[in-house]
Design a binder for this molecule. Structure first.
Ligand code: GTQ
Length: 356
């Protein structure tokens, strides 16, 4: 007998509901479900993100990072990181639906041992000076405001030979790789890789709009993996002296793969922007939820009926399709990252510059 027959062929209103429920229960046992009960929940008019706007202030997290430094060593933790979990995504180890963020602390003399994984990572340096990361044998010494890439499946270890603690923002595509069930990881043969070269060579090869004649791309990730802040800052200020600002984002540049002109990383779009003193941005929204890290200056992000007041080293997040405005009381420089390359590769990305 079918579920419909069970509930009776000629039904009144309330028995229609019972009849349908009996049908759902019947097909449920075979791992089937009726689309019409959920259709408008899954095919929505607009993005329906669980991601909420939020700001993590440096003043709040810095004492906790220092405390974490007393609780566990970098070696024991493997990576001593405080994860920034979106309040709408608690327990899911992510700052937006698709991307991860964490603040990594490495104390003088410490080593975070070598490993590699399918996930791509970015480092954006917030505090300290002179710790290094080694990426497939090339060592780079990091400074505040530098953007450093760890491409997918490259060995990387971090160490701090300086005399001060160092903190950087880790951005990874963990949730994207998890969604695709495509993750692998492996420990390095030794905790600390032997450094064959330094990032000066990397910058010389790819950082001057030139490339080695023999270079043939082996991956989609930029072969330039170190973007020092002094050059990024100079570009923004030169731009501000020679061009009109954009009403929504001031002066904004995206980091590129110098060989292809495309994104620096295949899954994560990275940007740096300058909001001149007194800037009051127009409303903007896009489908890529965006993580911001403040390098210099103070201001506000007005989003979702809230005012996120930001200063140096704060991190905040603007969810997909939620209009937001940026304002600056002093010249402000903001680093940001999002899943824009993925959305664009799939013809999904949308933006709107008058989103009020
Ligand atoms: O530095 O390799 O924040 O593997 C999370 C996972 C950092 C890293 C994180 C990682 C790393």
């Amino acid at each position: 007998m079918t579920a419909t027959q069970m509930a009776g062929a000629h039904s009144t209103g309330s028995s229609v509901a019972a009849e349908r429920q009996a049908f759902y229960d019947c097909i449920d046992t075979a791992h089937c479900a009726p689309l019409w009960e959920v259709l408008h929940g899954v095919v929505t008019r607009e993005p329906k993100t669980p991601c909420l706007p939020h700001l993590w202030s440096w003043d709040m997290v810095w004492p906790w990072l220092q405390e974490s430094g007393k609780l566990i060593t970098a070696r024991e933790a493997e990576r001593r990181v405080i994860v920034l979990e979106n309040p709408g995504l608690r327990g899911q180890t992510r700052i937006t639906h698709s991307l991860y963020a964490g603040l990594q602390l490495i104390l003088p003399g410490e080593v975070a041992p070598s490993h590699r994984h399918s996930q791509s990572a970015l480092r954006f340096i917030l505090h300290g000076d002179g710790a290094y990361t080694t990426v497939d044998g090339e060592r780079v010494t990091m400074h505040v405001g530098d953007f450093v890439i760890t491409p997918s499946w490259t060995f990387h270890d971090h160490g701090n030979l300086s005399s001060e603690p160092m903190v950087w923002l880790d951005g990874l595509d963990l949730p994207i790789v998890e969604l695709l069930d495509a993750q692998f990881r492996e420990d390095g043969a030794t905790d600390v890789q032997e450094a064959r070269g330094n990032a000066g060579g990397n910058l010389a090869r790819f950082g001057y709009t030139l490339k080695p004649v023999e270079h043939a791309a082996r991956s989609r990730t930029s072969p330039l993996f170190w973007y020092p802040y002094d050059r990024t800052r100079e570009a923004l200020h030169m731009l501000a002296r020679s061009e009109e600002q954009h009403p929504c984002w001031g002066f904004k540049l995206q980091y590129t793969n110098p060989v292809t002109g495309g994104w620096a990383m295949p899954t994560i779009g990275t940007f740096m922007q300058l909001l001149p003193r007194g800037f009051k941005g127009s409303a903007y929204r896009a489908t890529d939820s965006t993580v911001y890290a403040v390098v210099e200056g103070r201001g506000r992000c007005i989003v979702g009926g809230r005012e996120l007041v930001f200063g140096p080293r704060d991190v905040f997040v603007c969810p997909s399709w939620m209009p937001y405005r940026l304002e600056a009381d002093e010249d402000a420089v903001l680093f940001s990252y999002s899943d824009r390359p993925v959305q664009q590769a799939l013809d999904l990305w949308r933006e709107s510059v008058s989103a009020d």
